[in-house]
Design a protein around this ligand. Structure first.
Ligand SMILES: [Zn+2]
Length: 316
């Protein structure tokens, strides 16, 4: 249980910064976020936890053997690479396996400490048999399956507040009542086809802070009391920002900060641990994306300083 001065465990890896050429996806954001948090003292460099890659067997808890074979042997078809929308390289594969291991580590730490942040992950567009939209494999789904197999969690909620619908995650857990998938996203945006989550909140273009926060508070409280998760996996996408190149919502940096606070307050208040991953963020100014992600970590730090009674502790 965290003491008042507890720091939030932060998981990351330098290899997340993959070279993908000129691209809207700023993979340098992972390094920039870490550097800013260390420079300001929110995170001590010595306390950073380096992610270890997931094993192939762990990745296989979510993904089909045929798809994994194609990734391992570098034989994705041209169409599969086009749908992925990032160049497929061994470095991308390495970063994806590290991201899955990093989200798994963050989930374990969240169950031990209340809150943990993965400065990476959130690749929610990956399906069991294919990747798309910058997402090769679904790190969050893999982490959930690994912890569930070990009996560490029985009930999990995925709170996906990236501006894009969590299509891959919704499909993976469609028939799994132990995992509640919640996606709040811009309706008129990628992906065109949105397989149903357990709860989808489709937002109109340019939805602003106040309407967004009202909907979030209502739906989050409702799902926490109905599903009673031990763990909330929070995808804190920075792309719900009003100046995002791939987003069309109207949230301000202040509004996004409040969004993060709402998730931590409500989830911890309901006795759930919170594992955070960064997910998307493509602001015109990369500095804005970095600041939004840093705010999420600052909110996590503040939330971790408060007493937390895990739901598991209340049960025999
Ligand atoms: Zn996104």
């Amino acid at each position: 249980m965290p003491s008042p001065n507890a720091r939030v465990p932060i998981v990351w890896h330098p290899a997340y910064e993959v070279e993908i050429g000129p691209h809207v996806f700023p993979t340098q954001k992972y390094r920039l976020v870490r550097e800013r948090l260390v420079a300001e003292g929110t995170v001590a460099a010595a306390e950073l936890v380096e992610a270890q890659p997931a094993t192939d067997e762990e990745v296989g808890l979510v993904h089909d053997p045929a798809y994994l074979r194609k990734i391992t042997t570098g034989t994705l078809s041209l169409l599969e690479q086009q749908v992925l929308e990032v160049p497929f390289t061994p470095a991308l594969r390495g970063a994806a396996w590290l991201s899955a291991g990093g989200s798994t580590r963050a989930a374990r730490l969240a169950m031990e400490r209340g809150v943990a942040v993965h400065l990476g992950g959130g690749f929610h567009h990956a399906f069991p048999d294919h990747g798309e939209g910058f997402c090769l494999i679904n790190d969050v789904a893999i982490a959930i399956r690994v912890l569930a197999r070990e009996g560490i969690v029985q009930r999990v909620a995925v709170v996906d507040l990236d501006v894009h619908h969590g299509n891959g995650t919704a499909a993976i857990f469609r028939d799994d009542p132990s995992v509640f998938t919640f996606s709040m996203h811009q309706e008129n945006n990628y992906p065109a086809v949105k397989p149903p989550s357990d709860l989808d909140v489709n937002l109109k273009d340019a939805t602003g802070d106040s309407a967004y926060l009202q909907l979030l508070e209502r739906h989050l409280s409702d799902l926490l009391s109905r599903h009673q998760p031990e763990l909330v996996f929070y995808l804190a996408g920075a792309d719900a920002y009003r100046f995002d190149q791939l987003g069309g919502l109207g949230l301000s940096i202040e509004g996004l900060k409040r969004r993060d606070q709402v998730v931590f307050e409500r989830a911890l208040g309901a006795g759930a641990g919170v594992a955070v991953c960064l997910a998307g963020g493509y602001a015109h100014q990369t500095d804005d994306t970095v600041e939004i992600h840093c705010n999420t970590v600052r909110a996590a730090r503040d939330a971790a300083a408060r007493p937390f009674t895990p739901r598991g502790a209340l049960q025999p």
